[in-house]
Design a protein around this ligand. Structure first.
Ligand code: ADP
Length: 320
């Protein structure tokens, strides 16, 4: 192996830059040359590569987003797009590819491997933490802390005005962010896709609080909850109980910002491990971290197996 390429794809997450840095620097240290691909699979198809030296990744470890930019690429979903991407890689003499992204990016990478035999390694980076085979994904810790800080601020105004707030956090069809943030923020209820949502019971709980003189409450809702988005839930709560609420959708603020130490370290570790994996001949795998140890899993396992919430955390969120 003489040359690798690195790309970031799909939703960005804080820590992607730290991962690019570690991947590039470790590859350079091991005598490889390194190319960066601009705009994920779009850049791969169009052959937009930049050479990367150690100084190109200086002063980025603390920055959110991704210096390589990212994209959704409908063209890469088609066999022709992937054939063009494989051509670009061969034309640029790339022997291995590091894909930093979420499960969509991994599905695309797997297709590229199956159809064109490109050796590749996935590094899990998404704020949603919804990837099997790693305890945490790069960006999750930062997103949870960003959401927590925002909810603490909302609680101040909720308390001042004696209000019920319904706060929607990201997470796609998984409740990892909502669950941890809900526990951390001391939310009165946490609504997640993994467990049934009983809005009647939640309304009763809030009214019970009001009867006990507790005039403000916070509900944390995962964007993928079965009861609907935060606005829909606010309507239902009003219809069921007459309780009025304010809605805050945290949205993309959760994607940005400077990564936490934990995300920077995880990103550095997994970027490093991706180079070792490629050099040891691993193909079509994801590197992850389980119980503080770096692991490798076949890429398809990462989306075909479902990562489960910690049942203890679910109990805590229901009882505290
Ligand atoms: P993430 O990696 O954050 O989950 P997406 O789901 O948007 O983000 O996926 C990123 C890109 O990966 C898509 O724009 C597409 O180019 C590619 N991709 C996703 N799913 C597939 C698939 N089933 N087959 C081929 N390519 C895919």
């Amino acid at each position: 192996m003489d040359r690798i390429a690195i790309l970031t794809s799909g939703g960005d997450s804080p820590g992607m830059n730290a991962c690019i840095r570690a991947t590039a620097r470790h590859a350079l240290d091991r005598g490889l040359s390194v190319l960066g691909v601009i705009k994920g699979y779009e850049g791969l198809i169009d052959g937009v590569f930049i050479p990367m030296e150690s100084t190109d990744v200086s002063n980025i470890i603390q920055r959110g987003g991704t210096i390589l930019h990212t994209a959704r690429s409908p063209r890469f979903r088609e066999p022709d797009g992937r054939a063009a991407a494989a051509d670009s890689l061969r034309r640029n003499s790339v022997d291995g590819l590091v894909v930093i992204g979420g499960d969509g990016s991994f599905r695309g990478a797997h297709e590229l491997y199956i159809e064109h035999g490109i050796p590749l390694v996935g590094v899990p980076a998404t704020i949603d933490n919804d990837i099997w085979g790693t305890d945490l994904t790069i960006g999750y810790d930062t997103a949870v802390n960003t959401a927590l800080e925002a909810i603490d601020k909302v609680r101040d105004t909720a308390a001042a005005h004696d209000r019920l707030f319904i706060i929607e956090v990201m997470g796609r069809s998984a409740g990892f962010i909502a669950l941890e943030v809900g526990i951390g923020a001391g939310a009165e209820a946490v609504l997640i896709p993994e467990t049934p949502t009983d809005l009647n019971a939640i309304c009763d709980r809030i009214q019970g609080r009001i009867a006990r003189g507790r005039t403000s409450s916070i509900l944390v809702v995962a964007e993928g909850d079965e009861a609907g988005d935060a606005f829909r839930i606010a309507e239902k709560v009003k219809d069921m109980s007459g309780l009025k609420s304010r809605v805050t959708v945290l949205g993309h603020v959760q994607r940005g910002g400077s990564p936490t130490t934990r995300d920077r370290v995880l990103a550095s570790k997994l970027g490093w491990a991706s180079v070792d994996a490629l050099m040891e001949g691993a193909q079509d795998v994801m590197v992850g971290e389980v119980d503080n140890r770096v692991v490798r899993h076949p890429l398809p396992d990462t989306w075909m197996k479902r990562k489960l919430l910690d049942p203890l955390l679910v109990t805590l969120s229901e009882n505290l």
